[in-house]
Design a protein around this ligand. Structure first.
Ligand code: HEC
Length: 117
């Protein structure tokens, strides 16, 4: 009888570790969000300096068709992040398809989701 549980358990474990890998992205995103050197930042500020707990991040941030920042229209949320990297962190825009960008977007998605709940 015991053996019957072994297989489902290992499947459950595999599924759990998969979602843990995704959560890892969010975690790394949080680290970057709180790092003054993200994007080569030189101002000593971090994203979290201004956006603690998702402050100034609209709850609908990832659902908009148009993305505006500082009165300028940009193509995507990633480009918005790059504007803040350049203007606020005084760093350099990073590649919009880089792992770092994906991690930060994943973390911000988690932040705005919390805001909604
Ligand atoms: C000095 C303060 C400051 C810092 C540091 C900062 N931001 Fe911002 N951010 C702002 C302000 C102010 C706005 C709103 C600008 C506007 O009105 O268009 C904004 C807007 C945004 C938006 C768009 C939000 C929305 O709902 O439209 C995103 C995304 C964003 N920031 C991400 C980041 C990320 C990621 C970092 C770190 C790389 C960062 N910001 C660092 C001040 C800051």
């Amino acid at each position: 009888m015991k053996k019957l549980f072994v297989v489902p358990l290992s499947v459950a474990f595999a599924v759990l570790s998969l979602s843990a890998a995704q959560a890892g992205n969010v975690e790394n995103g949080k680290k970057l969000f709180e790092s003054p050197t993200f994007g080569g930042g030189t101002s000593g500020k971090t994203c979290a300096s201004c956006h603690t707990d998702g402050a100034k991040l609209g709850a609908d941030l990832f659902e908009r068709e148009k993305h505006m920042i500082m009165g300028k229209e940009v193509a995507s949320v990633a480009d918005t992040v790059n504007v803040c990297i350049e203007m606020a962190l005084k760093g350099k825009a990073i590649k919009t398809d880089s792992d770092e960008m994906k991690d930060v977007l994943a973390y911000m998605q988690a932040l705005v989701k919390e805001e909604k709940e």
